[in-house]
Design a binder for this molecule. Sequence first.
Ligand code: SF4
Length: 327
Amino acid sequence: MLLEVRDLHVEFHTRDGVAKAVNGVSYGVDAGETLAVLGESGSGKSVTAQTVMGILDMPPGRITAGEVLFEGRDLLKLKEEERRKVRGAEMAMIFQDALSSLNPVLTVGDQLGEMFTVHRGMSRKDARAKAVELMDRVRIPAARERVKQYPHQFSGGMRQRIMIAMAMALEPKLIIADEPTTALDVTVQAQVMDLLAELQRELHMGLILITHDLGVVADVADKIAVMYAGRIVETAPVHDIYKAPAHPYTRGLLESIPRLDQKGQELYAIKGLPPNLTRIPPGCAFHPRCPMAQDVCRTDVPPLYEVTESDAERGSACHFWRECLHG
Ligand code: SF4
C-alpha cells in the first residue's frame, strides 16, 4: 500500500471545548488508485488530509493517536525537515482556491519554474522550459506566451490547471486534491476532473480526492470512503456504493444529487445539520438526522461492520446496514 492511515485521532482545542475532528480514521490508497473521501464540511475529511500532508496547524490541532504510513514509513514520526522533503517531491496537494494558493506577484512561469530550481537545482532557463512543458501537458493553450502572465490573467479553470501542473511538477507518488473543482462551473469542473484522472493514470500516482459532492466522483474514483463526524461510516468500491448504499447517510448524499430525469422536482436534502464536534451525539453520531434510527442507535456506537453480502471489501458503520442495503 502506498499510503495507509491507521486509526487517526485529531482534536482541536477551542473556546467551546475540545472539538473531536477525526475519531479513528483508517484508509489506504495504492499507486495508480483513486480514493474519494466524501462528506459534508466538518466531517473531518480535510483535517485528515492536512495531517497526511503535514500541514495541520498545531496548535490548535493535536494528533492524539494513529499512524500515517507512506511506503511503510510513519510520517508522524519524521522531523519537520524530513517531512518537508516528502512534501512536494513525493506527495503534493491541490486546493480548492487556486487564486489564493498562487502568488499574485509572480508569473506562473516563475512559480512553476521554482519547483525545478529549488527541488532539482535546475538553471532558470531550463526551469522555464520545464514550466512551458508542464503548461502544455495540462493543456493551457499558447503556453510559451502565457508562461509570462500572472495568475489573475487566467480564468478559474485555467488557474486550476496551473495548480495541477504545480502539484505534478516533481511527479509525486501521491496527490491529494481537496475540493479541486468546487469553485468552477459544471462544464469546466468535468474538464478539470478528466484531466486530473488522465494524468493520474499516466503517472500511475495514488490520488485522494476530497469532495462533498458524490456527483463528481463516479467516473474517476475506484473506491469511496464516506465520513461523518470524524469517522468513516461507509467504505466500498465506487460502483457498489452507487448501486446500493449500505449506510443511510450515504443514501441521503446520493439522493441529494440533482438528476436530469427529475427536473422540476424538489431536491432531497438530508434533514438537520452535521453535529457540533465539541458535542458529538452519543451512540451513532448520525442518529438525530437518520430516518432509520432505532433505540440502540442512541446508545451504541456502531463499529465499521463488514458488509458480508458483497464480493468486494465493503464496510458500514450502521447497526442496520442490511436493511439499508436492501431498502
Ligand atoms: Fe441510522 Fe442507526 Fe444506522 Fe446510525 S446506526 S445510521 S442512526 S440506522
